[in-house]
Design a protein around this ligand. Sequence first.
Ligand code: ATP
Length: 433
Amino acid sequence: RNRERSIVSVMRERLPRPLVEMLRGAGELAQSLGYGVYAVGGFVRDLLLARPNMDLDLVVEGDGIAFARAFAEQHNARVKAHHKFKTAVVIFPDNTRIDVATARLEYYERPAALPTVQLSSIKMDLYRRDFTVNALAVNLTPGSFGTLVDFFGAQRDIKGRNIRVLHSLSFVEDPTRILRAVRFERRFEFQIGGQTLRLIKNALQLNLFNRLSGARIFHELQLIMEEEHPTDCLKRLQELKVLQAIHPLFQLTAKRIDILEELEKVRTLYTLLYVEPPVTGWKLFFQGLTMNMERNEAAQLLRRLGVAPREEREHLSTREMVGKALGKLMQWREGVSRPSDIYFALERLPLEGVLFLMAKSRKDAVRKHISQYLTTWRFHTLEVSGTDLKQLGLSPGPDYTRILRRILAAAIDGEAPGREDQLAMAARLVKMR
Ligand code: ATP
C-alpha cells in the first residue's frame, strides 16, 4: 500500500540548497553506518503544502543516538541524547536544532492464531503518529534519496484537505489529539474527516478528558494560542463541545469571542513592530477567556489546566491590574492627562496585560497612547540615579524613590530630556524637600 514517488524535484525547488545538501549528507552518513534515515512529520507535510518549515525531524532505522553523534561531529554541532527514548537533539552553532529518533523493529501482535507480522520500522514509527498528513516520510538514503514513503494515504488526504486519524483507537490512546486535529484543521483550512469527527464525538462521550492531566491539555492549548488564529480553533473546539469537556467554565461568549479577535489583531500589530519581549500566547488569550469570570472561577479553570501556582497568581493579578488601569485610561482626556500618567498606569503590567488593555479600549486616543507607551515611553531610562541624589546631599529615606519618579515623569513628558536637565531638577527637588 506504500505509494512511493520521488519528490527530489519538489525538494530542489522548495528547500534552500544547503539544506538539500545536508539531507543528502545525512543519508550518506547513515548508509556508511549501515542504517536507513528518513525526514518525517511536519517537515514533509509542509514540503508538500509548500509552506516553509525549518523544523527537521529525522528517524533512523538503526541507532539514532550513534547517528546523531556522527552527524554532529561532521557539522561541528553538539548532541543532547535521551537514552531512555533513544532520541537525540543535534544543536548547531547557530542554535538551530534537528530532532533524531530511533525506529525500532517491532513485532506487531495480531489476535488469534494469525502469525505475528514484522513491520518495517519506519512504518511502525509512522503508524504511531497522530494524523495521516503527519505520517509521511522522505527516504534520505542514497539510491532512494527523495523517495516519499506514504503507507496511510497521506498524499490523498493532503490533496483532499482532510485531517484523518490512522486508526479508530487514536483518540482513546491520546485524547489531546482532538485539540491537535482542530489546530491543524484551522491552520491549513482543512476539514476533519467524517469518520474522524465521529471518533471525536465518541471520545467525548466516554469522558476521556476527565482522566487526562491538566498539563497535557494545557500544552496543546498553548500551541493553539501560538497559532495565527487561535480564535477560530477555540470556536471550533466549542462547537465540538471540547471546551466544556475540559471544564464547564471554559466557555466562549459573544463578548469573549469579540475580544479574542481583537487580541489577535493587537498581537499581529505588536509582532510586526517589535521582537522583544515576545508575547506569550496563552497569557494574552487567557485574559480574554477569563473575562467576566469571578476571580475564583478563573483560578478554578487554570487549576484544571495544571497551571503552576506562580503563573496562576500572575494571571489573576494581571486581571486585577488591567481592571484598575482600564478605569484610569477611560478618564484619560487629551491635554489634561500627561504621558507619564499612562506610563505609571501601565508600568507594572506584564506585556500581555498591556496588549489586552489595548484590545479592550476601542477609543483611538487611548490606543494611540498605549502604542506610544510600547514604542517609546516604556524604554525611558533615567539619566540620573540615587548616587547623584546622594552627592546632592540627600539623606537616606523614601525621598529617593519619590524624587526619582518625579524626574522620570518629567523625562517622559518631555520636560527634562537629558542628564543636564534631570540633574538640575534633582538639585531643585532636593533643596525643596
Ligand atoms: P508544527 O508545525 O505545529 O510544529 P508538527 O507536525 O511538527 O507541527 P509537533 O508537535 O512538532 O508537530 O510534532 C511533531 C510530530 O510528532 C508530528 O508531526 C506528529 O506526527 C507527531 N506527534 C506529535 N504529537 C503527537 C501525538 N499527541 N500523537 C501522535 N503523534 C504526535
